[in-house]
Design a protein around this ligand. Structure first.
Ligand code: HEM
Length: 453
């Protein structure tokens, strides 16, 4: 029924347990409504409510000035060509540690191992060694991220009147997880702050600031409105934690889905061999080292990642927004004025599975976005190219995921490393995700793997 409304370009209201009545907007109206200015359709408050951030990070400085988002949007994205060798080295290290170098077959847990590999690679760029190779640090970062996502989902199911009772419980649990994670990161942050201060007063000293997200966060703190407050070691460590929270689970979820999708296909279709060959060619043409050009050549891998993201959105209704204009808003095909404070969301799953947008939309076709006949043409769509039929990274525009360029880099190198170094057993059936309210969760699946040489 909702699909019919969407296709007829009619908005409709669904009651949701976690956020009350929500207006679901059809695809045809995304551009007009999601393009409304921020003082008409708000984004941050509703995002913060979804993650219950004011209970998780009660420190007002953290949410008022989102310096770490600037770092992702600017320094991280601009430095992508430079960080490729680091990402490649950490992914290689992560696979060897989690999947091993043994040429005999063995079973591994996909979610746990994928998370560690992806988190290690990301932290190679966020804060470098030794933290990025410290499994206790990576697991504690993961525990914090999982706690806040699960905690916020549960808290959102209670009536708002009970938030003052259960909110502090979330603060307590996430605060405990934060303390555990920061036991590891705080000494590194403190040392870096001292080194930076010294370098600023004596630029000729032997230490040079590293090119990593921790340093970029510190630089942003120095140029912020209130450097003394922002440069507090706890606040800097929390920003590092925050960057991990928003990046770790999303990237690992995508990597896990890639594995489950491609290794549930019919082996006779040869998809894995085609992808492996593409990776092999790209790497050998670049003398065995990943370079920006070599990564760019992974166009079929890119298509297969986009297809997996299309097939596995985070949930049925995503990208929430809130009307924040006192006069409400009006949309097409509806006589009703949507009042102030109403929540709006998009039917992402219905759009991603719409046969009129994607032919045979329920079929997984890894090369859908790079069909071999289009391979040399400009029709090929990269995963980072946004449109209103592909909402995995958000709607095109200001609020789209700023980490998507980095995420795609990590995912491409992850896939190439996996296919070049490992043989993986095919699954009889694509394991289903776990549905909880609006969200999909990764199932706990084991696969058989062996090192190829
Ligand atoms: C495959 C992995 C990822 C997926 C699927 C993903 C998806 C998303 C989505 C759907 C949004 C919300 C957009 C909106 O509300 O319009 C978002 C926001 C965001 N993402 Fe990602 N993301 C991924 C990886 C990352 C990474 C690696 C980083 C950081 C390095 C990151 C940082 C952020 C930030 C900071 C925001 C909030 C932006 C803002 O409100 O200004 N994401 N992401």
């Amino acid at each position: 029924m909702p699909v019919l409304y969407c296709k007829a370009n009619i908005p409709f209201i669904v009651p949701t347990l976690e956020s009350g009545p929500t207006v679901v907007l059809p695809q045809q109206q995304i551009k007009a409504v999601y393009g409304l200015p921020e003082d008409v359709l708000g984004v941050h408050r509703v995002q913060d409510e979804t993650m219950q951030l004011h209970w998780v990070f009660p420190d007002a400085h953290l949410l008022a000035e989102r310096l770490q988002f600037n770092v992702i949007r600017n320094q991280l994205t601009q430095n992508i060509p430079k960080i490729i060798p680091r990402v490649a080295a950490e992914i290689d290290f992560g696979f060897s540690r989690s999947w091993g170098n043994d040429t005999g077959w063995k079973e591994v847990r996909v979610w746990t191992s994928t998370l560690r590999i992806v988190a290690g690679a990301a932290n190679g760029v966020f804060c470098g060694p030794p933290l990025c190779r410290d499994i206790v640090f990576l697991d504690r970062m993961k525990d914090h991220a999982m706690t806040i996502f699960a905690g916020a989902l549960v808290l959102n199911c209670f009536p708002k009147s009970l938030f003052p009772v259960f909110g502090p419980v979330l603060s307590l649990v996430s605060g405990f997880m934060e303390k555990r994670a920061m036991e590891k990161s705080m000494p590194v942050v403190e040392k870096r702050l001292v080194q930076t201060a010294r370098w600023k007063s004596e630029p000729a000293c032997e230490w040079a600031p590293p090119d990593d997200a921790l340093q970029w966060i510190i630089d942003e703190c120095y140029t912020s409105k209130n450097p003394d407050a922002q440069l507090h070691p706890k606040r800097v460590s929390q920003r590092l934690l925050f960057v991990n929270d928003v990046s770790m689970l999303t990237t690992a979820y995508t990597a896990q889905n890639f594995i489950l999708d491609i290794f549930s296909t019919d082996p006779s279709l040869g998809y894995v061999d085609i992808l492996r060959q593409e990776c092999k060619n790209a790497l050998s043409e670049s003398n065995g080292k990943w370079s920006p050009e070599a990564v760019k050549k992974l166009r079929l891998v890119d298509s297969a990642i986009r297809e997996s993201m299309r097939m596995n959105p985070f949930g049925t209704l995503t990208l929430p927004r809130e009307v924040v204009h006192p006069g409400g808003i009006r949309v097409d095909n509806w006589d009703v004025c949507i009042p102030n404070h109403t929540r709006i969301a998009l039917p992402t799953e219905a759009i991603h599975y719409d046969n009129s947008i994607y032919s045979d939309a329920h079929r997984y076709d890894p090369f859908r976005f790079a069909h071999l006949e289009d391979y040399e043409s400009s029709q090929v769509k990269s995963t980072v190219t946004l449109d209103d039929s592909f909402l995995a990274f958000g709607v095109p525009g200001r609020w789209a995921c700023p980490g998507r360029f980095f995420a795609l880099l990590e995912l491409k190198i992850f896939v190439a490393n996996m296919l070049l170094d490992y043989e993986i057993g095919y699954l009889k059936k694509r394991p289903s995700p776990i549905y909880l309210l609006w969200a999909r969760y990764p199932p706990d699946v084991r696969i058989w793997i062996r090192r190829r040489y």
